[in-house]
Design a protein around this ligand. Structure first.
Ligand code: SF4
Length: 462
């Protein structure tokens, strides 16, 4: 048996695409493979199993998944097995095979935990036909087989608290892909956080498709607040906890009170709102009571001092008139969010928005997105300028060449800004720095927190 063959046997190569929730599934699959004695390698040539955990959310992500599968498929050797896992496979099943005929195994995102079983079936199969592992299951599986539902980056970790979604958003394919919302038992999440605490993790990002729906399927009211309270009391050595993906209408007084009461819960809230005009929101099948948003943001800011709010918006949704878009622009100006992501509408067959088609030209969508981000860039800069002279804690994410980069509580990894600091700080630690400068999204800082103080208007007190 050739050296390459010998070396590849019982190794896997895993490419994870899409969102942080998919990354968690990838790392859980990796854990199960490792536990089965199949080791992970960074080079596909050194692997027997080539796994792509695909994304099937919107057009560009689907394309990327197909391209990556094709690349691996075209270079695949006879002793290798190509596995298409994840959301694209769950959504399109055999269609994926038509696009990439070299695929040997199809594994849906709802049964990520069957990866070892599929790997074994592939190795033992005596026929050339691909193996479909797409059982008709209503939801994401809850038999996690002891795999941690986390994705660790340095001393930060994404923790999946639930999967799937029961919301009716017209443009979104997630409920088609994942099924309805399934919460992990609170004990399982707390036990996992305790393992992470023992591993020295300092920041938890709680993720789900809709974190504010946590516990609903378990009969809990205000489940997210209750989960946070348990996490804060039972993992007191984890100083930073971050709430991602809150659904408007479910950011309750109880949740606000919990955020205000527990310093570990960062004054940061990611709450995708998608639009601000009632008619657009109605066509999106999203909560259309924007007065509620104004009131909730106001009470959040009253209850949680220094709160940083992140939101995301879709422009170019079918039927979006200039007037509707202007309402969104005014909304952004009024509420002055700390962080904003703006996306152009992506037509998704099979979603309830399909009959609306995709009437708004791409260039108009692009113009609207760019204009919205121009407005936001100025707001973000002004908010950053208000921080100059302040001393803030940052999580150090990296260092080198006499510099370090980190994040304040206002910055979730990968999607928000960063702080550039003179000096090499210990990676993975939370350290105080003094903000010395502001850019539209990022800040500069120094470790010399006792240094010259800003007395106002950027003037230095020497
Ligand atoms: S809440 Fe989010 S994941 Fe759920 S349907 Fe709406 S956009 Fe999709």
């Amino acid at each position: 048996m050739s050296k390459t063959l010998k070396k590849a046997q019982d190794n896997y190569f895993l490419l994870s695409l899409g969102c942080s929730k998919n990354t968690v599934d990838s790392e859980s699959m990796a854990q199960l493979m490792e536990r089965a004695g199949i080791g992970g390698v960074g080079n596909p040539d050194d692997a027997q199993y080539l796994i792509v955990n695909t994304c099937g959310f919107i057009g560009p992500a689907k394309e990327e998944s197909i391209n990556e599968l094709r690349k691996l498929g075209e270079n695949k050797r006879d002793d290798q097995y190509l596995i298409a896992a994840g959301c694209l496979t769950q959504r399109y099943g055999g269609e994926v095979l038509k696009q990439v005929p070299q695929i040997d195994g199809l594994l849906g995102t709802r049964r990520w935990m069957d990866i070892v079983k599929l790997a074994g079936q592939l190795r033992d199969k005596k026929h050339p036909d691909p193996i479909y592992h797409l059982p008709e299951v209503a939801t994401v599986g809850t038999d996690e087989r002891g795999a941690m539902r986390t994705s660790i980056q340095g001393t930060s970790a994404y923790v999946k608290i639930a999967d799937g979604c029961r919301r009716p958003c017209a443009f979104c394919a997630i409920p088609i892909i994942k099924g309805t919302a399934v919460s992990r038992p609170i004990e399982a999440v707390v036990a996992e956080a305790q393992r992470l605490e023992d591993m020295g993790i300092k920041e938890l990002m709680l993720i789900a498709q809709d974190s504010t729906d946590y516990g609903h399927d378990l009969g809990m009211k205000d489940g997210l607040a209750k989960l946070l309270e348990q996490l804060c009391t039972q993992t007191s050595d984890i100083p930073w906890m971050r709430i991602m993906y809150a659904y408007p209408g479910y950011v309750t007084e109880r949740l606000m009170d919990t955020m205000a009461q527990y310093p570990q819960v960062l004054p940061y809230l990611d709450m995708p709102l998608q639009h601000a005009h009632r008619q657009t929101l109605k066509r999106m099948k999203r909560p259309a009571n924007t007065d509620w948003v104004y009131r909730t943001v106001e009470s959040l800011r009253n209850k949680v001092p220094e709160l940083a709010i992140r939101s995301t918006f879709i422009v170019g949704y079918p039927g979006e008139t200039d007037e509707e878009f202007e309402t969104l622009v005014q909304f952004i100006k009024d509420l002055r969010f700390d962080r904003v992501g703006a996306f152009t509408f992506s037509f998704e067959p099979g979603t309830t928005s399909e009959p609306l088609g995709d009437p708004i030209p791409e260039h108009v969508k692009e113009e609207r997105r760019n204009y919205l981000m121009e407005i936001q860039q100025q707001i973000s800069l002004e908010k950053n300028q208000e921080l100059v002279g302040k001393t803030m804690d940052i999580m150090v994410d990296g260092n080198g060449d006499g510099m370090s980069i980190g994040r304040t509580y206002r910055d979730a990894p990968e999607i928000d800004g960063m702080v550039i600091v003179e000096g090499e700080l210990p990676v993975g630690e939370i350290v105080p720095v003094r903000i010395t400068g502001a850019m539209p999204y990022d800040l500069t800082a120094t470790v010399d927190i006792e240094g010259p103080q800003i007395i106002g208007d950027g003037l230095l007190q020497l």
